[in-house]
Design a protein around this ligand. Structure first.
Ligand code: SF4
Ligand code: FES
Length: 367
């Protein structure tokens, strides 16, 4: 089967970040600045992605504005005809820099928040003063006229602020708000017990989101991502492995998903060594779970196999140790009951955060 071209590239320019969110999806083994691709290597990769048929590029990290050459990369993408989105914490970028990025061709900004008030948000992000800087940055986005999506990652320790988060997004003039429950890979898996909401919290947040969607029709679009551990059927993670998205890590590894490095049984090609098109079409990591041929039962004989593509490979690996298993978020998986029991137990925990930083990364054993 010859795959369609990828729709979007997630360009993880760096793992450096002033924040230390305990739910970060970056690998525990964070990439050092010395291993990052140069501007020239990134520009080459961006051109290859456009030639391959990509429509969008999402500049991400870590914190992408930590790269002083971001403007040149945005310009390269714009010239290549890609729709450009910046996924940022907003704490390193002043108004002049944002105007420069807009002038280079930036078309959209996605700004992340850790909560609705400074004491909670700054504790979760592990960065004093961060919330106030984010609020200023949201003002800069409005002033430059760029469309804004406000991104809130919710979990047990901030979900009581959900209504206030939605009000905040309305006040700052966001077009869209994404309320995403933590997905448990990378650092988030390490911190699962400190983050997992209770089922009661999930029920309440669902009621709040549905009410807000009704109230804010025509004002704000609300995307809501539920926690997999309490679902009956899995999400179509990445829109199916190797179907719609590709990710390039700071050092040039080409991944089928931002968390794919958590699957230690896969080997990843590097765009510094091989053409991107070759990796997309023939790379062993992309081939491993593309389509439906790899599927075990119950997916193999399930009528949802081309809807959810068997769920999430990273989650299957994290829970079962085998990325080729049915995602345990599916109630038909033999591992589903164990997943739910884990969630209920974690929701009772009093664990503290292990913050995401290079120091902890060094101290932690791999998962
Ligand atoms: Fe999806 Fe597989 Fe569950 Fe069917 S059995 S719903 S294809 S994860
Ligand atoms: Fe990697 Fe779902 S997060 S496939």
């Amino acid at each position: 089967m010859i795959p369609e071209p990828p729709f979007a590239l997630l360009a993880e320019l760096t793992h450096r970040c002033p924040l230390q969110c305990p739910y970060c999806s970056n690998p525990l083994d964070l990439e050092r600045a010395a291993n990052e691709m140069t501007a020239g290597e990134w520009r080459n990769a961006i051109r290859q992605a456009a030639d391959l048929g990509c429509m969008q590029i999402h500049f991400s990290g870590g914190e992408p504005t930590a790269r002083p050459d971001l403007e040149a990369l945005v310009a390269e993408a714009a010239v290549a005809g890609l729709y450009t989105n910046l996924i940022t914490s907003g704490v390193l970028c002043d108004r002049a820099r944002l105007e420069g990025l807009a002038a280079a061709g930036l078309e959209h900004v996605q700004l992340s928040f850790q909560g609705a008030t400074a004491p909670i948000a700054d504790r979760i992000g592990g960065y004093a003063g961060g919330h106030e800087k984010k609020m200023s940055f949201a003002g800069h986005v409005r002033a430059t006229g760029l469309p804004l999506t406000a991104n809130f990652v919710v979990h047990r320790q901030n979900v009581h602020q959900l209504d206030a988060m939605i009000d905040m997004a309305v006040e700052m003039g966001a077009e869209r708000i994404e309320i995403a429950n933590v997905q448990y890979y990378g650092w988030a898996l390490k911190n699962r017990a400190a983050l997992m909401p209770s089922r009661d919290q999930l029920d309440k947040m669902t009621v709040s989101v549905l009410a807000a969607r009704e109230r804010l029709k025509g004002v704000l679009v609300i995307d809501f991502v539920v926690p997999d551990y309490y679902a009956r059927r899995p999400k179509a993670c990445m829109g199916g492995w190797g179907r719609r998205f590709l990710n390039i890590s700071p050092s040039g590894k080409v991944l089928p998903c931002h968390a794919a490095e958590s699957i230690t049984t896969l080997a990843f090609d590097n765009v510094r060594e091989k053409p991107l098109a070759d990796i997309w079409l023939n790379g062993s990591a992309f081939q491993a779970f593309r389509g439906t041929d790899w599927m075990p039962e119950p997916c193999r004989s399930c009528d949802r196999q081309e809807m959810d593509w068997g769920g999430c490979r990273c989650q299957a690996f994290a829970i079962t140790g085998d990325a080729a298993q049915t995602d345990p978020a599916c109630a038909l998986s033999k591992d589903h009951d164990r997943l739910v029991a884990t969630a209920l137990q974690d929701a009772q925990s009093e664990d503290d955060f292990v913050y995401r930083n290079f120091r902890s990364a060094k101290a932690l054993p791999a998962l």
